[in-house]
Design a protein around this ligand. Structure first.
Ligand code: ZN
Length: 98
Protein backbone atom coordinates (compact mmCIF):
# COMPACT_ATOMS: atom_id res chain seq x y z
CA UNK A 1 0.00 0.00 0.00
CA UNK A 2 1.34 3.44 -0.93
CA UNK A 3 2.29 5.73 1.92
CA UNK A 4 0.93 9.05 0.66
CA UNK A 5 2.58 11.02 3.47
CA UNK A 6 5.97 9.58 2.51
CA UNK A 7 5.37 10.38 -1.15
CA UNK A 8 4.34 13.94 -0.30
CA UNK A 9 7.50 14.46 1.80
CA UNK A 10 9.67 13.09 -0.99
CA UNK A 11 7.97 15.33 -3.55
CA UNK A 12 8.46 18.38 -1.34
CA UNK A 13 12.25 17.81 -1.16
CA UNK A 14 12.99 17.55 -4.84
CA UNK A 15 14.18 21.14 -4.97
CA UNK A 16 13.30 23.64 -7.64
CA UNK A 17 11.33 22.39 -10.57
CA UNK A 18 13.19 22.16 -13.86
CA UNK A 19 12.16 24.47 -16.65
CA UNK A 20 8.96 23.12 -18.18
CA UNK A 21 8.19 23.25 -21.90
CA UNK A 22 5.71 25.92 -23.00
CA UNK A 23 2.11 25.04 -22.17
CA UNK A 24 0.39 24.52 -25.52
CA UNK A 25 -3.04 25.06 -23.96
CA UNK A 26 -2.31 28.41 -22.28
CA UNK A 27 -4.56 28.17 -19.23
CA UNK A 28 -5.61 31.44 -17.61
CA UNK A 29 -3.68 32.36 -14.47
CA UNK A 30 -4.85 30.42 -11.37
CA UNK A 31 -7.44 32.46 -9.51
CA UNK A 32 -8.94 34.03 -12.62
CA UNK A 33 -12.71 33.57 -12.70
CA UNK A 34 -12.53 31.17 -15.63
CA UNK A 35 -9.38 29.23 -14.59
CA UNK A 36 -11.21 26.31 -12.95
CA UNK A 37 -13.57 25.85 -15.91
CA UNK A 38 -10.66 25.96 -18.37
CA UNK A 39 -8.75 23.32 -16.39
CA UNK A 40 -11.83 21.06 -16.21
CA UNK A 41 -12.32 21.49 -19.95
CA UNK A 42 -8.79 20.23 -20.63
CA UNK A 43 -9.25 17.26 -18.31
CA UNK A 44 -12.73 16.21 -19.43
CA UNK A 45 -12.93 17.03 -23.14
CA UNK A 46 -13.05 14.10 -25.58
CA UNK A 47 -9.55 12.91 -26.45
CA UNK A 48 -10.44 10.65 -29.39
CA UNK A 49 -12.91 10.92 -32.26
CA UNK A 50 -16.15 8.96 -31.70
CA UNK A 51 -16.27 8.30 -35.45
CA UNK A 52 -12.79 7.03 -36.32
CA UNK A 53 -10.88 6.82 -33.03
CA UNK A 54 -8.15 9.28 -34.06
CA UNK A 55 -6.68 11.72 -31.58
CA UNK A 56 -8.56 15.03 -31.45
CA UNK A 57 -5.38 17.05 -30.82
CA UNK A 58 -5.73 18.63 -34.27
CA UNK A 59 -9.53 18.85 -34.07
CA UNK A 60 -11.80 21.44 -32.55
CA UNK A 61 -13.65 21.09 -29.27
CA UNK A 62 -15.88 23.80 -27.86
CA UNK A 63 -17.79 23.37 -24.61
CA UNK A 64 -21.00 24.83 -23.26
CA UNK A 65 -23.44 23.90 -20.55
CA UNK A 66 -27.14 23.08 -20.50
CA UNK A 67 -28.42 22.51 -16.98
CA UNK A 68 -26.13 19.87 -15.45
CA UNK A 69 -24.94 18.65 -18.86
CA UNK A 70 -21.57 19.58 -20.30
CA UNK A 71 -21.73 19.55 -24.09
CA UNK A 72 -18.60 19.34 -26.24
CA UNK A 73 -19.09 20.33 -29.88
CA UNK A 74 -16.44 18.16 -31.49
CA UNK A 75 -14.85 18.20 -34.96
CA UNK A 76 -12.32 15.63 -36.11
CA UNK A 77 -9.59 16.80 -38.49
CA UNK A 78 -8.98 13.24 -39.72
CA UNK A 79 -12.47 12.09 -40.79
CA UNK A 80 -14.41 15.39 -40.51
CA UNK A 81 -16.88 13.89 -38.01
CA UNK A 82 -18.82 16.65 -36.28
CA UNK A 83 -21.15 16.16 -33.36
CA UNK A 84 -21.81 16.68 -29.69
CA UNK A 85 -20.30 14.62 -26.91
CA UNK A 86 -22.32 15.08 -23.73
CA UNK A 87 -21.18 14.50 -20.16
CA UNK A 88 -23.98 14.10 -17.66
CA UNK A 89 -24.38 13.00 -14.06
CA UNK A 90 -27.67 11.15 -14.49
CA UNK A 91 -29.49 9.59 -17.39
CA UNK A 92 -33.22 9.03 -17.63
CA UNK A 93 -33.85 6.07 -19.90
CA UNK A 94 -37.30 4.91 -20.85
CA UNK A 95 -37.90 1.31 -21.76
CA UNK A 96 -40.88 0.23 -23.84
CA UNK A 97 -43.46 -2.04 -22.24
CA UNK A 98 -42.92 -5.71 -22.99
ZN1 ZN B 1 -12.54 11.08 -36.81
Amino acid sequence: MRDLDQEARRAAHHGPMPELPPDPHRLPPPGDWFASDAAHHLLDRPKFCPGCGSSLERGLISEWWSGEERIFLTWCAECRWTGNVVLFRRAVIEEAEH
